[in-house]
Design a protein. Structure first.
Lengths: 165, 360, 511
């Protein structure tokens, strides 16, 4: 009986030591959790989720402070991917967050544009070109559909159109 | 562009056709076909077994099969899945057949019934049904029964070899025992049951008697236990048929036998008195049944050919270890379950290099 | 030494019933002139050709009706004489699927009058001029993918270790290459040599599967008669898909085409024997591509055989020329039984990509699509010629797990269909992989988009920081200048102001 107890205790201690040593000393296979979560996001920094960028949202997700359904441009696919990775239930996009989508791009109505440059300053990926008092336009290829330029325009001259239209 | 109004020459009306995606060739095999072939392959062994040990095998098989199929139907109904298709694929019946071969022939009916139920309900359906189980269902059931009812599960019968010692139990007697646990009057269970050759050898070795002496016992035939080795022949025959029909590949049987017989040979050469030789191991217990029928269950075995070699070798080695140094006379069931647990790891690390990819 | 024996083995692959004997019993049927031709201007990979004819115009056989578009493209020619009835968009069968393309619809006059100028042109000696002629002559790969040949052969000279000419024809039912090799071996071998010239290949290997002894004999005789030292003939085992480009390269040379690249990246050019034949017809008699050999076969056709078909021939009419339909036809397949795709109607034209029309009866093909769960038997993995693990891929494909799909090599699947055929659970693996490839491509595009967006965002952040930094620096400099510049000057100015104030107080009013 004593031998059995001693043997098992010794074995447990030995295995525990080996596992802890492996966890500390062996090179990690993957980047840390926040990296992996961030990679699933569209990374267009539109801040629609309520966080000032994709990384803060990723950090909040990993910390459990944010839900998986807060990324409109990522859409259903991103929600499901996040749910899968974090082991949570997927659910529909939070209805308060509108419906930005990466399949849509902004377009400046050149008849109305006054060249105030406010939209270009709002764009997180510099997809709008134009100098003050001159015509502005959106480079569709670089536009991610984040919709941050729409409220910025004082004359409401920006609309969303399909990316492949 | 304007179309010229001149009509084209008259033609038969165009025919329409159904479309499906390629490839259009017919599949060459099917799951029911595989299951059927396994049952055919077991038929000679079943016949031999019945000749030597009576109808117990058949009775146990029928009970286990009924329990297995009933359990499958009940659970599929609960899961709201299509029942008929699953029942007709034959996998539950094959599991019951393998379980019946593993069980001793003289048993009360509720043991094979429980076994059939556990194999299907716990080891198969609970994991998700066909193709999803991690462990071999027949072995899970066998091990559960063995651990729970050790006396009953070691109640083996001697083979019919023309000895005076042999007490025959006819079909009716066996059936009566199975259903009512009653034996012919004035006899007890001890009058009928004997240890298996593996049992006898293991006990003998533990008592420090040399193997050569044990080998001379009337229980041991040319290679292994008398009667048992004949059944082993039939099993091997069935196994070779499966290989020929392409139902199994050679990797698992060869690896299991190599893993079992390799150490047996080495240790027997070093100390023939303490370690039985490979011939004995080959024809005793579940070695052949395990190598050809049990370890080759595709769902719970490794998937790649290289992985199968490791898987089979692991089973063979573990079986030898348990037989020689472990507590049970035969270790195949435990060996299989232990290697089943290792399969995801084996599969992960034995993927071949993809065409056009560099060596990682 | 003419014979080249591959000493490598094909990984995977399966032996299938060839089903070719029924269509090779008779010689190739020639001289067909259908009542109508629907000739697609975009029936191949690359860019569409541009029409140069008008509705109502009379055209002769071999007359150019469209010139090559930019990039990889070829010209298109009238397959028979007649009048252009319409130029409109129609559905046509291309190499991989049905596609909408602008088509020139010609109502034939039955005369089959040849275009005068065709016989006049001679084969130039300059390689660039040769390629331009090939480009205009409408020659595309006749193995089934119909890639513009000139584009494929361009820029390859100097990089080519060997020209591999594919006469393997490993897919069941298709026998058009076999028939062509038996009937026109000299033209084929001459075409192969011209191709070898074009790509500057030191070696030209004609590959034929072992189950075509008559073709092997015929090509062998023709090659020996010519005695060109570059020629080789290789027999390959009758395993599907030994004739796949990547598999052939591995079989003949032991080298593997790197994932995501084409054989030319390791110095091999693969062409079909039919393309070599077309090239020879162009070089020797100036004939552009106006017809191809098509195998019309299957239990659903009365008289299966090989036919020399004008491009644009309606498939329904073509079948009538082979005795018409026989009994119930379960599928009408464009191509062979493994990689061909089913057509919804026979009111579609033959294109440069049509190697075979298979009218299959129900017992020839799969009609039941019920599946069981995967039992992990691993047969699919053992037959995969790309050494993939279909049983793992299908789990990742259904789950749309893109990371796993990438690791498992979804992109390397050649969609040969071997896995489907051996699967005992009857899982439609190849179709799952096709769907996954589409989803994967979409995912890859989004990933590229979002990676780009992230990069642009980072640049923007840096730009803003740099601008802020610059303006901060400028302000500092200004303040520093002011500070250093004139403490003294300021003191003087203050003094002057104080003086002025004093003066004002004393009553000297200053404006």
């Amino acid at each position: 009986m004593l031998t059995a107890v001693t043997f098992l205790t010794g074995l447990s201690l030995a295995l525990a030591t080996a596992l802890i040593a492996a966890a500390r000393l062996l090179p990690g296979r993957d980047d840390d959790a926040v990296e992996r979560v961030e990679r699933l996001l569209p990374r267009i920094q539109c801040a629609q989720c309520g966080y000032p960028g994709c990384r803060p949202y990723a950090e909040a997700l990993v910390a459990g402070r944010a839900d998986v359904n807060r990324c409109p441009p990522g859409g259903d696919a991103t929600i499901r991917a996040l749910a899968e990775l974090l082991g949570r239930d997927p659910r529909p996009l939070d209805p308060d967050l509108g419906h930005a989508s990466m399949d849509r791009v902004a377009r400046v109505d050149e008849a109305l544009c006054i060249g105030c440059n406010l939209c270009a300053r709002a764009c997180p990926v510099d997809a709008i070109v134009g100098i003050p008092h001159m015509m502005h336009t959106v480079i569709a290829r670089h536009c991610t559909g984040c919709e941050l330029c729409l409220p910025a325009c004082p004359v409401d001259c920006i609309e969303l159109v399909g990316r492949h239209a | 562009m304007n179309e010229d109004p001149t009509p084209s020459s008259a033609r038969a009306a165009p025919r329409r056709f159904e479309t499906t995606a390629p490839p259009h060739a017919k599949p060459v095999s099917s799951v029911p076909r595989i299951m059927r072939r396994v049952l055919y392959a077991l038929a000679p062994a079943a016949a031999g077994y019945t000749w030597f040990f009576g109808y117990g095998l058949i009775i146990n098989f029928v009970i286990a099969a009924v329990a297995a199929v009933a359990a499958e139907a009940a659970i599929l109904l609960l899961r709201r899945r299509p029942v008929k298709r699953a029942l007709l694929d034959g996998s539950a019946v094959v599991t019951a057949a393998l379980l019946a071969f593993a069980l001793p022939p003289l048993l009360p009916w509720w043991i094979p019934a429980l076994g059939g139920f556990v194999a299907i309900a716990l080891a198969k359906q609970l994991y998700g049904g066909l193709g999803k189980n991690l462990f071999n269902p027949a072995m899970v059931a066998y091990v559960l029964l063995l651990a729970s009812f050790p006396i009953l599960m070691t109640q083996w019968l001697p083979p019919r070899m023309g000895d005076i010692d042999y007490q025959r139990l006819g079909f009716v007697d066996q059936l009566r025992y199975s259903l009512f646990v009653e034996l012919p009057p004035e006899r007890t269970v001890d009058a009928y049951t004997r240890a298996t050759p593996l049992d006898m050898v293991k006990e003998g070795l533990r008592a420090q008697r040399p193997f050569q002496e044990l080998r001379g016992s009337s229980m041991i035939g040319t290679f292994g236990g008398r009667g048992w080795e004949w059944v082993g022949n039939f099993i091997a025959l069935g196994g070779l048929y499966l290989l020929y029909a392409g139902i199994i590949r050679w990797h698992i049987p060869v690896a299991v036998l190599a893993g079992l017989l390799g150490p047996a040979l080495v240790l027997h050469l070093i100390d023939p008195a303490s370690y039985p030789g490979p011939a004995f191991h080959l024809f005793s217990g579940a070695a052949l049944l395990g190598a050809f029928f049990i370890a080759t269950d595709p769902v719970s075995a490794a998937t790649s050919d290289r992985g199968r070699l490791y898987y089979g070798a692991g089973i063979g080695l573990l079986t030898y270890a348990i037989r020689t140094w472990g507590g049970y006379p035969d270790g195949l069931a435990f060996a299989v379950l232990l290697m089943n647990a290792a399969v995801p790891l084996i599969d992960r690390y034995t993927r071949p290099r993809i065409y056009g990819h560099a060596e990682r | 030494m003419l014979e080249l024996t591959p000493d490598r083995r094909l990984t995977g692959g399966i032996r299938l019933l060839a089903n070719k004997a029924q269509s090779t019993a008779e010689p190739i049927l020639r001289g067909l002139v259908p009542p109508e031709l629907v000739i697609g201007l975009h029936q191949h990979r690359g860019t569409s050709a541009t029409p140069i004819v008008e509705v109502g115009q009379r055209v002769a056989k071999g007359e150019p009706i469209a010139v090559p578009g930019p990039g990889a493209s070829t010209g298109v020619h009238a397959s028979s004489s007649g009048r252009v009835r319409a130029i409109e968009e129609r559905l046509i069968p291309t190499g991989a699927r049905l596609q909408n393309a602008v088509c020139v619809v010609i109502e034939t006059d039955g005369e089959d009058l040849p275009y005068r100028e065709a016989t006049a042109s001679t084969w130039p000696s300059d390689r660039a001029a040769q390629l331009e002629l090939v480009r205009r002559a409408g020659i595309a790969g006749l193995g089934g993918a119909a890639f513009p040949t000139a584009a494929k052969l361009e820029g390859v000279a100097g990089r080519c270790k060997a020209l591999i000419v594919n006469g393997a024809e490993c897919e069941p039912y298709i026998s058009c290459d076999d028939a062509l090799m038996r009937e026109a071996p000299e033209d084929i071998v001459l075409g192969v040599l011209r191709m070898a010239e074009l790509v500057d290949a030191p070696l030209a290997i004609i590959v034929i599967e072992r189950d075509k002894p008559r073709a092997i004999q015929a090509i062998g005789d023709a090659a020996r008669a010519l005695g060109d030292p570059r020629l080789r003939i290789a027999e390959v085992p009758t395993i599907y898909p030994a004739g796949g480009e990547r598999q052939l390269v591995e079989l003949l040379t032991g080298e593997e085409v790197p994932s995501g690249e084409y054989p030319i990246s390791i110095g091999y050019v693969c062409q079909n024997v039919g393309t070599a034949y077309a090239l020879q017809r162009l070089a020797s008699s100036g004939e552009p591509l106006t017809s191809r050999i098509v195998t019309v076969t299957g239990l659903g056709v009365e008289r299966p055989r090989n036919v020399e078909v004008p491009i644009g021939t309606p498939i329904g009419w073509l079948i009538e020329q082979c005795g018409g339909y026989r009994g119930d036809v379960a599928r009408l397949i464009h191509g062979g039984s493994m990689m061909g795709y089913a057509l919804p109607s026979d009111d579609l034209p033959v294109t440069k990509a049509t190697s075979c029309v298979l009218a299959a009866a129900a017992d020839e093909i799969r009609v039941d699509f019920e599946e069981w769960a995967c039992i992990r038997c691993g047969e699919c993995a053992s037959v995969c010629p790309a050494r993939l693990q279909p049983q793992e891929l299908v789990v990742a494909a259904v789950a749309r797990d893109f990371e796993d799909l990438d690791t498992l090599g979804l992109d390397d699947c050649i969609e040969c269909g071997c896995c489907d055929v051996v699967c005992p659970s009857h899982i439609v693996l190849t179709e799952r992989f096709r769907a996954a490839k589409r989803a994967f491509a979409q995912h890859a595009r989004r990933l590229a988009l979002s990676s780009e967006a992230e990069a642009r965002h980072k640049r923007r952040v840096r730009r803003l920081e740099a601008t802020a930094e610059d303006s901060r620096a400028a302000q500092e400099a200004l303040k520093a200048n002011v500070r250093a510049d004139d403490e003294a000057e300021r003191r003087r100015a203050i003094q002057a102001a104080v003086e002025r104030a004093r003066q004002r107080k004393r009553g000297n009013i200053e404006p």
